[in-house]
Design a protein. Sequence first.
Length: 518
Amino acid sequence: MIAAELLLVALLLPQAPAGAGSSIGGRFVSAQTGEPLPGVNVGIEGRLAGQRLERSARTAPDGTFSLEGLPAGTYSLSASKTGYRPAMSLPVSVTLAPGQNRADLEFRMHRSAVITGTVTGADGEPLAGLRVTAWRFVWSEGRRSVRHSIQASTDDRGAYRLFGLPPARYVVVVRGPAGEPPTYYPSASRPSEATPVAVQWGREASGVHIVVRPGPSFSIAGRLLDAATGGPCRSCSVEIKRLDDVEDSALSDSGVAPDGAYRLSGLAPGLYRVWVEKAVPPDRHQASCRDVLLSNRSLDGVDIAAGIERTLRGRVVLESPPAELPQMKLEVLAQETSGADWTPIRPDLTFEISGLAPLKYHLRWRGFPEGAYLKKLRLAGRDLAAPEIQMPEDGSLAGLEAVVAFDGASVAGAVAPPESAGRGHRVTAALLVLWPQEGQSPLLIERRIGTDPSGRFQLNGVAPGAYQLFALPLTATPEIEDPEIRRRYGSHAQPVELVAGRRSEVNLVLAPESAPEP
């Protein structure tokens, strides 16, 4: 943390001019050992007098770099090194006066984590050429899911190496030989039965050995029909996701035959969702799906009608807006999976989201002006209990109203370093997370903001209610979405009761990088 603070101070304090032309220089060091890092690719980009200027350099064996002969102006500095990640957010902004030399910058970089191991069959023989993937546990809207992180293939000894990983808990999965379901470390057929692998910056988790044991393998097959024509859907794609274990982890996809036939194979028993998308020129799609329980036999005849247009239409209603309403750029997101897109809200405050499947969608909003927040959602004159919409099987849904109020609460304060960090400096690189307490309205959402160079923060336009406020280090932001992680950080959180139209002042101490053990 200290190096990150020194960097921010260096970026903010002016330096004395020295000679003609300006320069940017400094060094990169390991966040784990403090040793210099050679071979870091450093780049700057600026727009001076309407012209774009780019320069690059690589750090020397002592970790230093220098970019000289630069015109005065403001530059964006970024950096990269294979197997490393910056300890603070990049790019950063660097302003140069005429003749100014900035040679005292220091950047810390974390060495990424690594997972290594082998894959063997039940007989102990190595399995070569199999794909091994690290899935990272993530939490969204209170549900645990996995996100694909990185993959590698086993060599002739059955060995694999997964590198470039940030600190997290991972499920390591190997795709079996053709026609066989995946195996999860150490030898499980279901993600929930896997042993998670926890890694930290600069550490290698070795000995993650996976044993692939033959197990039952089934398939789901059927036809994709075009709802518009009644014939086969030739412009459809299909994939399958498992639902009864880890939320919505995509497993495989299948080609579609000219007659609309598809087959998804290599599946273990479980609950699955067959997801179908029909391409609609020029760049739209229509989604359909069907949930299927696979027990002890393959299933045929799982036909799905694609191409049914399902659109959610609604409008934003402003409750007691200020006389001078600032220009708004509002967007709405109907989220069923992490791949959903934000939809712009029109100037007349109406919106429509197309391409939806007959599922329950969680609605999210962004772009509200200062002091505003989502107060309620109404459908057909009835207040909804949660920001969720169930799309019907056979068509669209209209008349949704999102009521935006302008009497939001605000919370401000400062973050102090822990006692172990010493005295005489401020925390200038922390993430503040405001999380609704248990039992609050589902309309309350988490909010995040970073500290400014003085170590202060301020969040405006917060929905009134009871929250927990966390101050987390940027160098290793924990998975605060995980209820267990929030519970373990409970002693480092500040409870806050926010009242409409009022400001609360809160001072916090920076939480440790790792959650306290239970």
